[in-house]
Each structure stands twice: as structure tokens, then as C-alpha cells.
Ligand binder design. Sequence first.
Ligand SMILES: [Mn+2]
Length: 323
Amino acid sequence: MIFDQKLKEFLQFVDSHSAFIIVGHKEPDGDCIASCLALDELLRLKGKKTVLLSAGPFKRIETKAYEHLFNSSFEDTENIKDYGLFIADCSTKDRIGEINIEITDFDTFIIDHHKTSDNTCKNCMVDSSAPATAYIVQLLFEAIHGEVTKTAADVLFFGIATDTGFFRFLEEDSADVFEAISRLIKKGASPKKTYNIMTGGKSFLSRKLLGRHLDNAKTYFDGKLIITYETPEDTQNFGQNGRDSDALYQILLAIEGVEAIVNIKQETPEQCTAGFRSIENIDVSVIAAHFGGGGHKNASGASYTSTIDEFIPLILQEFQKIL
Ligand SMILES: [Mn+2]
């Protein structure tokens, strides 16, 4: 398995610097936060100086409690030469977002599980079969420290739970993942508390926004594809305090005969973002990549310069090729 040879690379990288910047992707999710925090703890246990960096914004409700642990800019410029850079849960500059360092200036190590990441590079641990980056970090933590700490167990459970839709996306080949999760629970991680943190705390308006999304949804290709969208007016009226895409995807993917979902949002007059989800065989990362985005086979996203009305026919063209 790639892990053992990559572990050596990781240890060499850690040995070659006294300090590390750890950065994940912009708009961090639970997996990104968990990976960064557990990696941070592991490096500190190894006696290293660390700086956690994030471009933010911490939009999702369940991520807000962690925002204060991350710096929005790097300040230790006097000692910048001492630092190596860890990139977690993404691999490219555009995914990291606006931060005040130039990533190409640093000796860099990437830990990621995105299908669109490059796993041929030196100093990287990219495993697209890993259900979460937090899972890779857990294996690293255990390989180096023997076992995870209680704080690492809590946050790693949160990370793996986030990317697996609370384990709903895991298949019959995931016994190793569940064994790893079992070790986290032995160290004190609570599935019940984590589930409540992940799913609770939503605003009344965010439920109304779900109603708008259902109202806007249309079916294509005999119901195999559903596209829904959020207009600036919808955002204005209901979406100021975030949205609950996970709940939306759950509702829409439960419809009989559906194979894929697209959720478009007009972010600015010129720019749309699109979330893509599929149940089984359709690889939506290919479609997202066509529009400059990326992600996983069953879950991916893209940002594209257009209006909703212009974007939908282009998306249909791409699905036409596979549906
Ligand atoms: Mn992830």
C-alpha cells in the first residue's frame, strides 16, 4: 500500500523543519478542519512549532467553534525560513484561497483524498480511496504516536463523519475505516454528540430556503437528473445565514429513479457555483472538472462564469453525454 512508503516521506519532511504552517482549503468543512487540527497536534507532540492558517470564511455552522484556532494571515515573517508547509484536504493554490504567503516559496507536503489531486508528486500523501483526509491523518497519527489523543479523536471523528455523510457513503469495502472509527470511539469520541453538532443549530430561514430549492427543482432525462438553483433573491430572502446543502441532497437523491443532482447558486451577477452529487455510477467529478472544478466521483463542485439561465443548458449538454 502507498501508506508505508509515504510514511517515510512524511517523517523525513517533518525532520527537515523546526516549524510548520498548516493550511487547508477555503470555506473549510469538518474534514479540512479535523485534518489540520490533528496534524497540528501531532506536529506539536513531535516538538515542532506550528501555525494554523485558513482563508475562511467559516460558513458552515458546525465549523464556527473552530474558527478561533486558525489564523487568517501568517505573522512570523522574521522566521519564515524555518517553516515547512502542510496542505491538507486540497492541493492547489486556488482551493486554498487568499492567504498572505506564496505557497511556492515553501517546502511543501500535501495530504489529500480528492480524486482530482495529483498523487505522483514527491512529498505528498494523496489517496482517493480514503473516505476523508482526516482518515489519512488518523493513520499517520497512530503510526507515529502509537494512538490518537482524546482531542484528536474528537476532531478526527468529526472530520470522517463529515465527509462520509455520517457513514452513509461508505460501502462494503470499508471495514478498515470502521475499525479506525472504533479506535476513535475508544478514545472518547461520541457519535451522538458529533451528530447533533453536525445536524443541529440550523435557522428557521434555512428550512424555508430548502423549500425554495424544492420549488425550483426540475427533472431531466426521465427523472435521472434533477437541477435546482438559488437565485440572488432567494439568497436575499432566506439564505443570509448559510444553507443546508446536505439536507437538500438527501431529499432529492431519495427520489425514485434519480441518479444525479445539480445545485446551482448565483453567487455574483457574473459567477455561479454548482454542487454535483450522484448516487452510484455517474462520475460527477468529470462534469465538475469540465467547468473548472473537481472533487469526488459522487460529490464535486465548480465555480463558473455565467448566469443560472446560461449555465443550465451547458450542464445538460455534459450530462447528455453520459445519461
Ligand atoms: Mn475531505
